[in-house]
Design a protein around this ligand. Structure first.
Ligand code: ATP
Length: 406
C-alpha cells in the first residue's frame, strides 16, 4: 500500500516530513513493514503552500485499515490545526494511481474534486480535515513516479524546540568539500552561507541532498550538530526539474514553469532593488525574464547578455515574467559596432557627411570613407549558468547533476 499525507504544518511549526518520520516509526512499531518513503515536491507556484510545497508518501506492507487508523491518529495529534492555512489530507491506497495526476500536480494545478476522483476510482481510503486541500498533495504523492530521483537525509529536533539550531558551520563546509558533486546544496561557497537548514521554527535541524543514500550518509558523517531526535532518508523528486514544461512564449500559463528557447531582445537592465531583467523573443512573441537580487552573481551573467544572443532559459512564469532558474547561452557573438572615425589629419572625431555618405572633419574638412570598427569582447561565453544554491528552488536540477537535454 501507499500512504500519502500533506498539509500538516504552519509557518509557526511542524513539517510534513517530520510527521512522516514519526508515522514511519509508529507503523513499524505496529507491525506494518515500511518499505520506502518519498518526499515529493509539487508545483512551487501554488499559493497555498507553507514553504516548499512538499507531500509525503510511505510505501508499506500490512493491514491497510490499521495503517489508515494509525496515520489518522498521527495527523490528529501532530498537525497544526489552529493555523487557518493547514488543511490536512490522508490517502491510503492499495491500488496504483495514474501518474498523470502527479504530473499535473508538479507542473500545474489540481482541484480537491480531481484528487478525490482519482482516489475513488482506485478504491483508496481517504480523510480530509478542515477544507481538506491536503488531499491534493497526498494523492499526488501516492501517484508520483519518475525515473530520475534523488535522496535527502533529514535530521530532526524536538518540535517544541523552536530556538536557534546548533550546527557547526565548518562541518557543513567540510561535508560539501568531501562529497560534492555527489551531494549538493549543503552550503553556498560563492556566497559563504549555509543552505541546508531552514531559518523557520520547524523541527528540521538540517537536510543533506544527494545522489544516493550512501552519499548523503557519507556527507552526514561530517556534520557536527545538536543531537537529532530522529533521522530519515527520503527518496525525492528534488533536484530533477520535474516541474518544467516545454513551452512557447505565446502560450505560457500563469504559475507553470518552462524551458524556453529564443533570442535576447534587448539590453538587460538593472532595476530598483538590484533585480535584472531583459526580454526573450521567440518568433514574434516576447516575455520578460527576471533574475532577482537573491540570485546574486547569477545576475552578472544576465547583465552580460546582448541583443541577438541565442539562449535557452528555465524558470517559472509568474505575474507576466519568467523567474530565471538557469540559462544556457548558445550563441553570444562578439559585438561589432561602428562609429565615426578620428580625423587622420587633426585627430578630432569626424561627423557624418550626410548626403555624400562617409565622414567629414568639421575642423580641417578632411574626408573619410570608412567608419571606425569596434570589436567589443564579451563577458559571457556559451554554456549553462544557474542561480547559486542559496537561491535554488527544491525541484531545480543543479548543473552538477548534468545539464538539461534539448
Ligand atoms: P511543508 O512542505 O513544509 O509541509 P508545504 O509548503 O508543503 O509545507 P502545504 O502546507 O503542504 O505546504 O500546503 C500546500 C497545499 O497546496 C496543500 O494543501 C496541497 O494539497 C496543495 N497543493 C499542492 N500542489 C497543488 C497543486 N498542484 N494544485 C493545487 N493545490 C496543490
Amino acid at each position: 500500500m501507499r500512504i500519502g499525507i500533506d498539509d500538516t504544518d504552519s509557518p509557526a511549526g511542524m513539517c510534513t516530513t517530520y510527521l512522516g518520520a514519526v508515522l514511519i516509526h509508529r507503523l513499524t512499531k505496529a507491525g506494518i513493514q515500511v518499505t520506502g518513503q518519498s518526499l515529493i515536491r509539487l508545483n512551487p507556484n501554488v499559493i497555498y503552500k507553507t514553504r516548499g510545497n512538499a507531500a509525503i508518501c510511505i510505501d508499506a506492507e500490512g493491514d491497510a485499515e490499521q495503517a489508515f487508523r494509525i496515520a489518522s491518529a498521527c495527523i490528529e495529534e501532530l498537525a497544526e490545526f489552529d493555523e487557518e492555512k493547514t488543511n490536512p489530507g490522508l490517502v491510503v491506497a492499495e491500488n496504483p494511481f495514474p501518474v498523470s495526476f502527479y504530473r499535473q500536480a508538479v507542473t500545474g494545478f489540481c482541484t480537491i474534486n480531481e484528487a478525490e476522483a482519482v482516489c475513488h476510482a482506485a478504491g483508496a481510503r481517504t480523510r480530509k480535515w478542515k477544507n481538506g486541500r491536503g488531499i491534493i498533495g497526498a494523492t499526488a504523492a501516492v501517484a508520483a513516479k519518475q525515473e530520475d530521483m534523488t535522496w535527502e537525509l533529514l535530521a530532526y529536533r524536538n518540535p517544541e524546540d523552536k530556538g536557534e539550531r546548533m550546527v557547526e558551520r565548518e562541518s557543513l563546509f567540510r561535508a560539501e568539500k568531501e562529497t560534492f558533486p555527489h551531494t549538493w546544496d549543503t552550503v553556498d561557497i560563492e556566497n559563504d552561507c549555509i543552505v541546508c537548514f531552514p531559518h523557520t521554527p520547524d523541527p528540521v535541524i538540517f537536510g543533506i541532498r544527494g545522489e544516493s543514500p550512501e552519499w548523503v550518509i557519507k556527507a552526514r558523517e561530517y556534520v557536527r550538530s545538536q543531537k537529532p531526535v530522529m533521522e530519515v532518508i527520503y527518496h525525492t523528486n528534488q533536484g530533477t526539474d520535474a516541474h518544467l514544461l516545454e513551452g512557447e512564449i505565446g502560450s505560457l500559463a500563469e504559475g507553470c514553469s518552462y524551458r524556453l528557447r529564443g533570442v535576447v531582445a534587448d539590453i538587460p537592465e538593472t532595476g530598483r532593488g538590484g533585480h535584472v531583467s531583459f526580454h526573450l523573443r521567440d518568433m514574434s512573441e516576447e516575455v520578460r525574464c527576471m533574475a532577482y537580487e537573491p540570485t546574486k552573481g547569477f545576475r552578472d551573467v544576465i547583465r552580460g547578455l546582448a541583443p541577438g544572443d541565442g539562449i535557452t532559459i528555465c524558470g517559472s512564469y509568474k505575474n507576466g515574467s519568467i523567474n530565471l532558474e538557469k540559462i544556457r547561452i548558445i550563441t553570444c557573438p562578439e559585438i561589432v559596432r561602428q562609429r565615426p572615425p578620428l580625423c587622420p589629419s587633426c585627430g578630432k572625431r569626424m561627423k557624418s557627411d550626410g548626403v555624400n555618405k562617409g565622414w567629414k572633419c568639421r575642423r580641417c574638412k578632411t574626408r573619410a570613407e570608412e567608419p571606425e570598427i569596434i570589436h567589443e569582447s564579451r563577458t559571457v561565453s556559451p554554456g549553462w549558468y544557474e542561480v547559486p544554491p542559496s537561491a535554488r528552488r527544491h525541484l531545480v536540477k543543479p548543473l552538477c547533476r548534468g545539464t538539461p537535454t534539448e
